[in-house]
Design a protein around this ligand. Structure first.
Ligand code: APR
Length: 244
């Protein structure tokens, strides 16, 4: 129950590259996407890292260096604002993102980064993790200051690796009453299966994206358009419905 005596809701957000597109960060698929004209196997797999670490490092260093040139947009801010309002009113809110940028954090949220974070580097030898956006030279590896290994890797989840926080996310999917999916094409699993899991738990499902995602179903409440145009009004509407 909420303080006002209404039934408490549990709202789960899932965001993808589309939420950061309006901040100028390219999405992965489609025209102008990061994967256009590039094979993901060349830069986003453990095998690529073993075969050509300099190429993979350059790709991620360029993206790490670019982070500071992008700012959170109205959709990131609306999500954070909603989280605060809903929490104060007694509802549970959780934000899961597939994005490796830090725009949710810089808008004030604390997301679960299921695909890791560009801001973090990890040592494959000793498992040490460091927060580092200082060393972004594309031609220089960063050694591990703990064990002396020659190079840290980006702490991002590559194809063929297990995403982070899956147990926690599964619990959220089991119990959420509303799932709001924003800016994801619904192609990459396991995140692409979250809508179906939430539906199966009886949750209401709301979807914003520019193009219709692959995993959209007739029962989803689809709100097409740019996240900066759609999300603030959508979350105001949801907040009103939840009495917050
Ligand atoms: N507002 C809302 N949605 C948008 C916008 C926008 N301004 N611009 C693009 N989109 C939508 C597209 O219509 C598409 O549905 O965002 C989605 C982006 O899809 P992808 O590029 O496939 O990104 P995402 O779903 O996050 O990719 C999932 O794939 O390569 C991996 O690890 C990578 O986390 C990533 C995962």
């Amino acid at each position: 129950m909420t303080p006002s005596g209404a039934r408490a809701s549990s709202i789960l957000f899932l965001t993808g590259a589309g939420v950061s597109a309006d901040s100028g960060i390219p999405t992965f698929r489609g025209a102008g996407g990061l994967w256009e004209g590039r094979r993901v196997e060349e830069v986003a797999t453990p095998r690529a890292w073993r075969a050509d670490p300099a190429l993979v490092w350059r790709f991620y260093q360029e993206r790490r260096a670019a982070l500071r040139r992008h700012e959170p947009n109205a959709a990131h801010r609306a999500i954070c604002n909603f989280e605060r309002r809903a929490s104060v009113a007694g509802h549970a809110v959780r934000l899961v993102t597939q994005n490796v940028d830090d725009l949710h954090e810089r808008a004030g949220s604390r997301p679960l980064h299921m695909h890791g974070e560009l801001a973090r580097l990890r040592c494959e030898a000793c498992a040490r993790i460091v927060l580092d956006l200082e060393h972004v030279d594309p031609e220089r590896f960063v050694p591990c200051s703990a064990c002396g290994a020659a190079r840290l890797r980006p702490d991002v989840v590559w194809f063929g690796e297990l995403p982070y926080f899956l147990d926690e996310i599964e619990r959220e999917l089991d119990t959420c009453t509303v799932l709001v999916s924003i800016g994801t094409s619904g192609i990459v699993h396991p995140a692409a299966g979250f809508l179906a899991m939430a539906r199966a738990s009886g949750a209401r499902t709301i979807v914003n994206s520019l193009d219709e995602p692959e995993n959209l179903a007739a029962e989803d409440d689809f709100r097409p358009g740019r996240a900066i145009d759609v999300v603030p009004a959508l979350l105001d509407e949801l907040a009103r419905e939840l009495g917050c």
